[in-house]
Design a binder for this molecule. Structure first.
Ligand SMILES: [Cu+2]
Length: 304
């Protein structure tokens, strides 16, 4: 299966960590990155693929989230999900454990959650993001996935209690600003190559995330849409000329931002080389809403 379908499958299969595969191999480790240099306190979540180590309680605020993955062969995807007011962490853990992982999308409650982003780390690597955590109980929703997409991931939710009022916050300066909404990425058509901070905000009403993939040659939005239509069966018109379709096996993951719910903002760091890239949202739902990318939620980007 292609990387794109793999990511879509991850959205369907990894119940509460649908940002699987967003780990950027070249993400610097904590202490050396642009994100670390912003000076927000570290929130370190470590895993060996079978256990999770993280603080049990922190003050409300903006954090430099660092996911450290010491597993040699599993990828770690962390998503920060707030426990709803009328539920407990244990309620949510039960929902996650009992969910049907062969279902096309997560249970309805997932779409009601406040989700503050997250980060992914490949085997032996780390990942990071700047995230905002308000008072309440949160689920550190960590999923450890083998490279074999058919093998079941380990779901390792941990509880994080956040206390107190949010401090006064000034948004860090970002080189690239992305607003996500139904069904579009509002962002520049071209971006300067190199290491940059990206601000990613969800101004829509659905859950969204951003998966950036490179492609080895220039593409048009029409080509991307036709390819998505052929992959997801969403074509309203007869199938496009196969010669115009992109080859899904040529897409390469280049990083991205984890799931954000309405009104949430996160900051990520990407170091992209010049070339052709496409940002996708492979979220599906709520309800019968198809994969957002196939509904037009993608953006062709040139990095130069
Ligand atoms: Cu979306």
């Amino acid at each position: 299966m292609s990387k794109i379908m793999g990511l879509f499958a991850a959205v369907a299969l990894l119940l509460f960590a649908s940002s699987a595969g967003l780990a950027q191999e070249s993400t610097p480790s904590t202490g050396a990155s642009l994100l670390a240099a912003l000076g927000f306190p570290d929130l370190v979540v470590s895993t060996d693929g079978s256990t999770v180590s993280a603080p049990a309680e922190i003050a409300a605020g903006r954090y430099h989230l660092v996911v450290q993955n010491s597993s040699a062969d599993l990828s770690a995807d962390l998503q920060l999900e707030k426990v709803p007011d009328d539920k407990t962490f244990d309620d949510m853990k039960t929902v996650m454990e009992q969910a049907d992982r062969s279902a096309p999308q997560p249970p309805d409650i997932y779409y009601q959650l406040v989700i503050a982003g997250g980060a992914s780390a490949g085997p032996g690597g780390s990942g990071e993001a700047i995230v905002d955590l308000t008072a309440g109980d949160w689920i550190l929703d960590l999923t450890a996935s083998p490279a074999n997409e058919d093998a079941a991931p380990a779901v390792l939710p941990a509880k994080l209690t956040v206390t107190g009022d949010m401090p006064e916050l000034t948004d860090p300066a970002a080189d690239v600003t992305v607003d996500m909404q139904e069904m579009a990425f509002d962002m520049p058509d071209s971006i300067l190559a190199g290491d940059h901070i990206w601000q990613v905000h969800n101004k829509g009403s659905f859950l969204h995330f951003m998966a950036i993939q490179s492609y080895p040659e220039a593409v048009t939005a029409d080509q991307v849409q036709a390819t998505l239509d052929s992959m997801f069966g969403t074509a309203a018109t007869p199938a496009a000329d196969p010669d115009t379709l992109l080859d899904p096996s040529l897409f390469v993951e280049a990083g991205g931002a984890a799931v954000l719910s309405t009104g949430q903002t996160s900051w990520i760091e990407l170091d992209l080389q010049p070339g052709q890239y496409i940002a996708f949202c492979f979220m599906s739902g709520p309800g019968s809403v198809p994969v957002h990318a196939a509904m037009g939620m993608f953006k062709v980007i040139t990095v130069e």
